[in-house]
Design a protein. Structure first.
Length: 365
């Protein structure tokens, strides 16, 4: 098996013929390299440019923008593809250009091969036209740090700015398996993502439209014989499995340390987030008080009376969107358990759901 065949290649997902191509998997498996090389080849052969999207403008500043193609340059891919005409890539003001060096002087191509766009600053790019871009790369679309408010709409606005009314666009969304909660999954109707197995490619179609989305959950490099570097991460820590095998990253959350009786539950409220219903029980037992959060497997019985936190808009007084912004007596008491680390979870997945709900709340101030 050659070295290159061990790393991810876009060939399989491109064979599905979809406009959107979402690729998720372990870190450093070649996702970004493979798509950048595909886009670079396309530019050199046809002159068609590509766009690189990131969440934050800081991702393009200084060294971050200047080193984005370093691996491709180091492997002399540019020199090979251009037969020596160009050897490097020069970065300036969110644009990348082919370049070479003659007598210590940098010679830069007149036309950029790629443009950078940040979701957080998309308002500044609305009036500019980019007719030469036919490939769009949204790198690191998955995050554990929280998503922008209305991020999917911001992403769609960037796509609209670039594509306008053109249909000759290929879009890649690349992400490490750092967080199973992702608004893009729900907004794009990708309901099977969390159940996918490594190596799977699912294709979604949307009614009578021509739109198709392909989602690939990359096979682990360890299954392809690349195990040499994994010894650096051999600690018995489940958080590192995302790096070594591509399984979903998950924090370790405290589980319930005490047994309790139903009559020791003094208050119950609910959190609805990402299509999950969680039952939250405030418990007092043996002069100890804590909150235990677990999945609710049956429908809500009293939607008009129970306190329910949900990202949905609902005019009923007992429904609230942002737990962190509510300040009546019961909200203050509920938050006290979180502030003082007196919250326990049925399992780590439940902990992840609550964490992502609270991140959603924080992003909305």
């Amino acid at each position: 098996m050659s070295k290159n065949s061990m790393f991810w290649s876009p060939k399989k997902i491109l064979s599905k013929g979809c406009t959107y191509n979402m690729v998720i998997g372990e870190r450093s498996n070649g996702k970004t390299y493979g798509v950048e090389l595909y886009s670079l080849k396309k530019y050199i052969e046809t002159g068609e440019q590509f766009a690189i999207i990131r969440r934050w403008g800081d991702d393009f500043k200084g060294k971050r923008g200047a080193t984005m193609f370093d691996s491709i340059v180091a492997n002399e891919e540019i020199k090979k593809l251009t037969k020596g005409e160009w050897t490097d890539i020069y970065y300036y003001s969110s644009r990348w250009f082919l370049c070479r060096y003659e007598d210590d002087k940098r010679i830069v191509d007149v036309k950029p091969l790629a443009y950078g766009f940040s979701l957080s600053a998309m308002e500044h790019d609305k009036s500019t036209s980019y007719p030469g871009i036919t490939t769009i790369i949204f790198d690191e679309f998955l995050t554990r740090s929280g998503y922008l408010q209305n991020e999917f709409v911001l992403f769609m606005n960037v796509i609209s700015t670039i594509a306008r009314l053109r249909t000759n666009i290929k879009i890649f969304m690349l992400g490490n398996t750092v967080n199973q909660y992702c608004p893009y999954f729900d907004e794009m109707g990708l309901y099977r993502v969390r159940k996918m197995k490594q190596g799977d490619i699912d294709v979604y179609e949307y009614g009578n439209s021509e739109l198709k989305v392909a989602v690939e959950y990359c096979e682990s490099l360890s299954n392809k014989g690349k195990k040499n570097s994994n010894f650096l991460f051999a600690f018995e820590n489940p958080k590192l499995e995302m790096i070594t095998t591509g399984t979903w990253e998950m924090d370790i959350y405290p589980h319930c340390p005490f047994k309790y009786k139903s009559n020791e539950i003094i208050y119950t409220y609910f959190i609805i987030f990402d299509n999950n219903i969680l039952q939250c029980e405030i418990i007092v037992t043996n002069n100890i008080t804590f909150t235990f959060i677990h999945r609710k497997t049956t429908p809500l019985k009293s939607e008009d009376n129970d306190l329910i936190y949900s990202t949905s808009y609902d005019p009923r007084c007992n429904w609230r969107r942002n737990m962190l912004n509510s300040n009546d007596n019961i909200d203050v008491q509920i938050k006290w358990y979180f502030i003082t680390d007196r919250v326990y979870y049925q399992d780590n997945t439940v902990g992840e759901i609550v964490k992502n709900y609270l991140l959603w709340c924080k992003k909305r101030g």
